[in-house]
Design a protein around this ligand. Structure first.
Ligand code: SAM
Length: 489
């Protein structure tokens, strides 16, 4: 049930009908009008999630899962709410350009509740098989409940958008590829231009390959499990959970569906959820040849404990012990519970205190992992909102921290030992630049170890070495970067 008349403005002024091409009012009111139907539950859930992401800086995956269970949504409703939420958040930049063109105003001038409802509505119109009339009517109903004063405006915008196909909208709002390739890719594949430039740089300037990466970033990722060595074999785990063994990591299993949290193997600590790329880089550190003692392993940025969980399981089989450092107390507790029953000691402290704290002496470890805090541009498939939330201004403080953590790691490792520097970002400033600057400033002598032979044989697309960059479109993993350094003095 939908009303297609223009809203009655607040303040008692008489309403004027607004034509579909001339939406009039983006301001929202304060209270829903009595007797209006609520939006359907799946759309309501998606709206709540998108609004929380923008209003509270919430993470979509966490907030949506709370909303779905709070509303008791399962099955098709939950799947539809998830598709709307994730799709809308990924395509945000393009949706906003279309809304701005249809509304003839910048989206910044539309009240947030109406703006988020319109984003969901335009996503349904142009990117799903939802019939136009349902997308329009349901969006207007939603706006009526969350921004009552803006329902006529929303109706007008939705009708204007529905009159033109997606291809025609893209032609209208995107610059031509020939004139502005990055601008074109940004609109067509929903990534900010600075992010695309950073990907293209890491891919040697190849824009065709960059486009393949952008397309992959918009696909929902397959969930990977890590079969913890010594606790379960990957083939047996795959049988148990109805998945298939992964392509590269000997520990990985690709899930075909199902809720990992409900699986016995996860509940019993035989496996954990972990991207295959994360498994590969942690295992690569442990595969690097070293001479002499090999029992003291350090994970300098451990929370929430995915890589520590794999290192701890391998350590148990090799008679080694893992010291896991994490600055956030909450995340340190997560590491503790992720590593139950493993030879892992968790230290809730700043990893940069190597040499200043008796728990973290210099030259005391044989292998050190620095899985540094980063922009996360390599895992955009998993975090639909993060591409628009991240800004270039995030880079300087992060790269400084990354450098300081790498310097600490190089001081913590003994001569002859190895350090793996890892990020889930392919941005060159966070990868190559941080590694060379960190090594230079550490005051110790290091050699690069070729990381390619530390990965499973036959892995394609690893580049010229010595560092390795994994990619979603090449390997089906997050875009993990790995540099392995041996301390020589
Ligand atoms: C990329 S995450 C690590 C992910 C983890 N290795 C895993 O596989 O689950 C980076 C972690 O470093 C932590 N961190 C940030 N600054 C730190 C510091 N100065 N010392 C130690 N940990 C730090 C963050 O809290 C965050 O948990």
């Amino acid at each position: 049930m939908t009303e297609h008349r223009a809203p009655r403005p607040h303040g008692g002024r008489p309403s004027r009908p607004s034509g579909p091409g001339h939406p009039r009012d983006g301001r929202s009111g304060t209270a829903p009008r009595a007797g209006r139907p609520p939006a359907d539950p799946a759309r309501q859930a998606a709206y709540e999630a998108v609004a929380a992401v923008h209003r509270d800086d919430a993470y979509a995956n966490l907030v949506l899962s709370d909303i779905l269970s709070g509303m008791g949504l399962h099955g098709r409703d939950a799947a539809f709410a998830t598709e709307l939420t994730y799709g809308t958040l990924r395509a945000l930049g393009t949706l906003d350009l279309i809304i701005a063109a249809a509304a003839e105003r910048d989206v910044a001038r539309i009240d947030p509740p109406a703006r988020d409802a319109l984003r969901l509505g335009v996503y349904q119109l142009l990117y799903t098989r939802v019939p136009s009339h349902a997308a329009v009517n349901q969006t207007v109903d939603l706006v009526r409940s969350v921004a009552p004063g803006a329902s006529g405006f929303a109706n007008a915008v939705m009708r204007t958008v529905s009159e033109t196909s997606l291809d025609s909208w893209l032609e209208r709002i995107a610059p031509s590829y020939e004139a502005d390739p990055v601008g074109n890719l940004s609109v067509m594949h929903h990534h900010p231009q600075w992010v695309i430039r950073s990907f293209a740089e890491a891919l040697g300037g190849d824009l065709e390959e960059t486009a393949r990466l952008l397309i992959e970033d918009n696909q929902p990722p397959v969930v990977h499990l890590c079969a913890r060595p010594g606790r379960v074999d990957a083939v047996d785990l795959a049988d148990e959970v109805g998945g298939v063994p992964g392509a590269f990591s000997p520990y990985s299993v690709y899930l075909n569906g199902g809720a990992p949290r409900e699986m016995a193997a996860i509940r019993e600590g035989r496996a954990h959820v972990q991207d295959e790329g994360s498994q590969l880089v942690a295992a690569a550190l442990l595969a690097a040849p070293i001479e002499g003692q090999d029992t003291r392993w350090l994970d300098l940025c451990a929370g929430p404990g995915g890589k520590t969980g794999l290192m701890g399981a391998i350590a148990a089989g090799r008679g080694a012990e893992v010291t896991a450092v994490e600055v956030s107390e909450h995340r340190a507790r997560l590491v503790d519970s992720a590593c139950e029953g493993m030879p892992v000691t968790v230290l809730p402290m700043d990893g940069r205190s190597v040499g200043r704290d008796p728990d973290l002496p210099e030259e005391a470890f044989d292998r050190v992992l620095v899985d540094a805090p980063c922009t996360g541009l390599g895992s955009l498939r998993r975090r639909p909102e993060s591409r628009w939330r991240r800004q270039p201004a995030d880079l300087p403080p992060l790269t400084r921290l990354q450098r300081e953590l790498l310097v600490a790691a190089l001081r913590a490792v003994r001569p002859g030992g190895v350090v793996a520097y890892v990020t889930c970002s392919p941005h060159m400033v966070e990868t190559q630049v941080t590694v060379s600057e960190g090594a230079r400033r550490s005051g110790v002598e290091v050699d690069f170890v070729d990381a390619r032979p530390l990965l499973p044989p036959g892995m394609p697309g690893l580049g010229p070495g010595p560092t390795v960059q994994l990619w979603p479109h090449r390997h089906g993993t997050d875009a993990m970067f790995l540099a392995v350094l041996r301390r020589t003095s």
